[in-house]
Design a protein around this ligand. Sequence first.
Ligand SMILES: CC(C)(COP(=O)(O)OP(=O)(O)OC[C@H]1O[C@@H](n2cnc3c(N)ncnc32)[C@H](O)[C@@H]1OP(=O)(O)O)[C@@H](O)C(=O)NCCC(=O)NCCS
Length: 214
Amino acid sequence: MEPVLDKVVVIGGGGHSKVVIDILQSAGTYEIVGFTDNSDQQRSLCGVPYLGNDEILPELLNKGVLRFIVGLGDNKVRKILFEKIRTVGFMPVNAISPFAHISPHAKIGQGVVVMAGAVINPYAVIKDNVIINTLSGIDHDCIIDSHVHIAPGTSLTGCVRVCEGAFVGTGSKITPNVEIGEWSVIGAGAVVISDILPGSTVVGVPAKKIIAKG
Ligand SMILES: CC(C)(COP(=O)(O)OP(=O)(O)OC[C@H]1O[C@@H](n2cnc3c(N)ncnc32)[C@H](O)[C@@H]1OP(=O)(O)O)[C@@H](O)C(=O)NCCC(=O)NCCS
C-alpha cells in the first residue's frame, strides 16, 4: 500500500520554485498539491499545478494542506511571506536534495532549501528560511542566520557567520572567522577576507565596498 504523505504547497512560481519543486519530487517526502503565485500568468511547473494567488491559502488550510515552503530567491520577500504564512497556521517544511551532503552533526532549521551538490559540514548551524544553493560548501562551525541566500558555487570556510538576510553571490569565497553583516550583499566571485558591515554591498578580490556614483 502507498504511504500517505503530508500535503505541501509551494509559494511562488519563478525559477527558484522550479528547483524547490524538483527537489521535493526527488525526495518524495511530501505530496505537492501545487504552487501559488501572485502574477496570474502561471501554468504548471514540473507537472505541479498552479493554484492561484496567495488568497487561496486559507482554503488550502481548510482542505488539510498544512505545510508550505517559500520558493523565492529574494531574501526580503521570502522573509515577509515566510513569517506571514506561518502566522496563519501553516508549518514550514525543508526541501533537501538527496544529492546534498549534510553532516548529522549540523543543525538545520525550518523552511530551509538545500540544493544538489551542497555540502554542510559538522557543527554548522543553518537557521530558518535559508537557501543553500547548488554546489555550495558550508564548512564546520559556520552559522547561517534566518532568511540568508547562499548562491550557487559559493564556498564558506570554517567558522563564518552570515547574519540575517544577507545575500552571498555566486562563486564567492569567504575566509575563516569572517562575519557578513545583516542584509549585506556579496558580489559574484568576491573573495571576502574581513568582516562586512550590515547593509553594505561588496565586490572583487579582496572584496571592497561599492561606492555609489553621483
Ligand atoms: C554585486 C551586485 C549585486 C551589484 O549589482 P549593482 O548594484 O546593480 O551594481 P552595478 O552592476 O551597477 O555595478 C556597480 C559597479 O560594480 C562592479 N561590479 C558589479 N558586480 C561586480 C562583481 N560581482 N565583481 C566585480 N565588480 C562588480 C561593476 O562593474 C560596476 O563598476 P563601475 O562602477 O566601475 O562600472 C551584482 O553585480 C552581483 O554580483 N550580483 C550577484 C548575482 C548572483 O550571484 N546571483 C545568483 C542568483 S541565484
